[in-house]
Design a binder for this molecule. Structure first.
Ligand code: ADP
Ligand code: ZN
Length: 749
């Protein structure tokens, strides 16, 4: 009894001296409330964070215990079937972090837990195997014996798993299938599977830390001393491209590990970071576990378990790795913290950078945000003293930041193509290839022509289901919609007036590639964009660049991110102002980031780099600032504009978007939601502004009409009160209308 009381105190339920009768459980469902079940004598005493098997609408579900208590509910409760874990499945620091995340984004806790914890842990049929075996050294594999015609369904599951994945630890097979130890024994007796020694030779660290530059050493010292004191804090490392940020991350993490702590490293897109992963692996060997959404379930499960058990101390991955179950978190590194892909845009809409900061603070760790072009939010917080600002102003590589040249597309002589290639840029390309160096060209549009236009009826060809133009993909012979994937064969005839010859306007990566192949028939040309990219093909192209098998690489924003290619000496931006006119208040920031990042790819090796921006409006201040590497000047001007309009970081936003099969329904619903917002005290007292309803910039996608309402204000509490009122209406059911609420929205289209 005394023990129980102590445990309950750990649980935060002071005053409870009897064993608890009830438990509040979060279920992985899109329902805001938790569910109360009753306990009985048969249930061992247990703590918050364990998984429970409970009945729910004629089904069995796994949920997570959030609170044990003795408050008899007014409704009748069903008993818990079983308590699955003996120890909490997730620790208190992690669980309370997830609760806080749910609360911040006004999202159901069950769905937050479901986003954070991999699927196999939620499967009642598999849950048993997850605790039964703890032995990691026992592996099994499929034998050569052909399968008999008749096999039980569980046996078949095991065979299918082994055949698709090769040898696996027994523990994992039990966890990933509904098989029992007995199923495995039967299969073994029949000779269909056999035991196997675990793969030998754990991955060892092979690489030594580099000797740091003075600047790097100072940065390392400031962060390391804070980790040592377990003083939660956030650092913003503003380091120009090539200043050696990654080396600082590696050595800071080394310090954290030496202190017995663990680390999380977030990167924007795992596909583009195989180079970074290799550097981490060669420094830390098996201590690194990788997590990302493109992994096979069994791999993800294995890595998750390695982290949860403390076998891997470093979790590296894309945004969802912010939920890696590390214990004793020392540091979270958020590399390229400005990158918009840190925002999850579906379901549980969270920002991994912001959640990373929250998590670090709640676990007494350090958040280290790194970027050559910090987001204005982070830069502002650093200037305000909320974060510690550290900078690396010099490149560690032999050459300083490259000079950028500007070409005015209104005046420059053009190559005889329609692919936005000026003659001076072509000459620079020619020289670069002649001296056996590499070229990177950036244009943020894929496909051949982004717009087809009928000169007779003067209409652009649009997607029948979305209010956007179709893009010509000539290689595929298709006109394609980039929003709904609708595709039709290319036809030169206008679908509206039957005029026989539509015109192509503008250029995408494919058109540039075709033009270059004509202009430089000798050159080896590759293209990197979402059309060519699968995980392995990206790797292949980047490897090809490293090995010098590619002379010219053309790509979309994928090529701007983090690559370190020593022989790359010329970077060309075909249309520098392209992303500036998007209907998004962050368009200038995004443009500055893209230009600076892509320019930063040049001249990182032994030879100096050269960068050329082409633009139709070269006098624009964003372009001028990027040209001269003037981040601070850019930030100052842009922050001033944001302040006037009360946009982030000065104000906060909540976006409410509705979509419906008809324009009228969408407008009606958006108006109701806006009215609900307007009737709340924060709006009436002028603390929150309600903007809209208004059509979204892309008014129609997949034949659904889209409208939005924006809530804007500087006080978080006032905004939440207003947002809650809207949510309440949304949850009452909206018929055919769908509505979502997005706290701190990133995508404004
Ligand atoms: P960033 O991430 O800031 O763009 P990186 O960390 O990729 O820069 O460093 C650029 C290059 O410089 C890499 O090839 C890296 O190995 C090298 N480098 C980093 N720090 C040092 C150092 N102290 N001494 C020598 N080379 C270094
Ligand atoms: Zn479409």
């Amino acid at each position: 009894m005394i023990e129980n009381a102590i445990e309950l105190n750990v649980n935060g339920e002071k005053g409870l001296t009897k064993s608890p009768l009830f438990v509040d459980v979060a279920l992985p469902l899109p329902i805001r409330s938790t569910f109360t079940y009753c306990l009985n004598q048969l249930h061992p005493f247990s703590r918050r964070g364990v998984r429970l098997l409970v009945p729910f609408r004629k089904k069995q579900l796994i949920g997570i215990a959030l609170r044990f208590h003795n408050e008899t509910p007014e409704f009748e409760t069903k008993p818990v079937f079983e308590i699955i874990d003996q120890e909490p499945f997730v620790d208190e620091a992690f669980l309370s972090f997830l609760e806080e995340a749910a609360n911040y984004y006004l999202h159901p806790i069950g769905e937050v837990l479901k986003a954070a914890i991999p699927a196999p842990f939620w499967d009642p049929r598999r849950a048993k195997g997850q605790i039964r075996t703890r032995d990691d050294s026992l592996w099994i594999e499929r034998s050569e014996l052909p399968l008999p015609p008749r096999l039980g369904s569980r046996q078949r599951d095991v065979i299918a798993l082994l055949e698709s994945q090769g040898a696996l630890p027994l523990k994992e097979v039990l966890a990933l299938t509904a098989a029992s130890a007995q199923t495995i024994r039967q299969l073994e007796r029949r000779g269909l599977i056999r035991k196997k020694a675990p793969p030998s030779a754990p991955l060892r660290a092979t690489e030594q830390a580099l000797e740091l530059s003075l600047e790097q050493r100072q940065v390392l010292l400031s962060i390391a001393s804070v980790i040592e004191q377990s003083k939660p804090s956030t650092f913003l490392l503003h380091g120009v491209t090539g200043s050696g940020k990654t080396e600082v991350y590696l050595q800071v993490i080394q310090k954290a590990i030496a202190l017995g702590k663990s680390a999380i490293v977030l990167v924007p897109e795992i596909a583009l970071t195989s180079q970074l992963l290799r550097r981490f692996r060669s420094r830390f060997g098996d201590e690194v576990a990788v997590l990302h959404s493109g992994m096979r379930e069994s791999e993800r499960f294995r890595e998750w378990e390695r982290i949860r058990r403390g076998q891997a101390k470093i979790a590296l991955g894309a945004r969802s790795a912010v939920f890696a179950p590390v214990q004793k978190l020392g540091i979270i590194v958020i590399d390229e913290e400005h990158d918009p892909s840190y925002k999850q845009e579906e379901g549980f809409r969270y920002h991994a950078r912001d959640m990373g900061i929250l998590r670090a603070i709640r676990s007494g760790g350090v958040a280290l945000l790194g970027s050559a072009t910090p987001s204005l939010e982070s830069f502002y917080h650093a200037k305000q003293g909320k974060y510690v600002l550290l900078s690396l102003e010099k490149r560690v590589t032999p050459h300083p930041l490259p000079q950028v040249e500007l070409i005015d597309l209104r005046r420059a002589p053009m190559a005889p193509t329609e692919a936005l290639l000026s003659l001076p840029l072509c000459q620079a390309i020619e020289q670069t290839i002649a001296s056996k160096e590499q070229v990177l060209l950036f244009i943020n549009r894929r496909g051949f022509a982004p717009v087809l236009w009928c000169p007779s009826c003067r209409r652009p060809l649009e997607c029948p289901f979305c209010s956007v133009c179709l893009t010509e993909h000539r290689r595929l012979g298709l006109l394609r919609c980039h929003y709904c994937d609708h595709a039709t064969p290319i036809d030169d005839r206008c679908p509206y007036c039957d005029f026989p010859r539509v015109e192509r306007l503008g250029a995408g990566t494919e058109r540039v590639e075709t033009a270059l192949a004509h202009l430089f028939p000798q050159a080896r040309i590759a293209r990197l964009d979402r059309d060519t990219a699968t995980l392995s093909s990206i790797d292949k192209i980047l490897e090809g660049m490293h090995r010098g098998e590619i002379d010219i690489l053309i790509g979309t924003q994928m090529v701007t991110k983090g690559h370190d290619l020593p022989n790359l000496t010329l970077v060309g931006v075909l249309c520098a102002e392209h992303s500036l006119f998007f209907p998004d208040f962050r368009a200038a920031e995004r443009t500055f980031q893209l230009l600076t990042q892509v320019a930063g790819r040049a001249g990182r090796g032994l030879k100096p780099g050269r960068v050329i921006f082409q633009s139709h409006e070269p006098e624009l201040s964003v372009i001028q600032q990027a040209l001269k590497h003037q981040y601070e000047a850019f930030a100052k001007e842009e922050l001033e504009r944001r302040r006037e309009l009360l946009y982030p970081p000065y104000g906060r936003l909540v976006a409410i978007r509705v979509d419906a099969p008809s324009q009228e329904e969408a407008i009606r619903c958006a108006s109701q939601l806006a009215a609900a917002a307007r009737s709340t005290p924060p709006v009436q007292h002028g603390k929150v502004q309600v903007l809209g309803p208004a059509p979204c910039p892309i008014e129609r996608i997949r034949n659904r009409y889209r409208h939005q309402v924006l809530l804007k204000g500087s006080e978080r509490r006032a905004l939440r009160e207003c947002a809650r009122a809207v949510l309440q209406l949304m949850e009452g059911g909206l018929g055919k209308v769908r509505a979502t609420l997005d706290v701190d929205p990133v995508n404004m289209l």
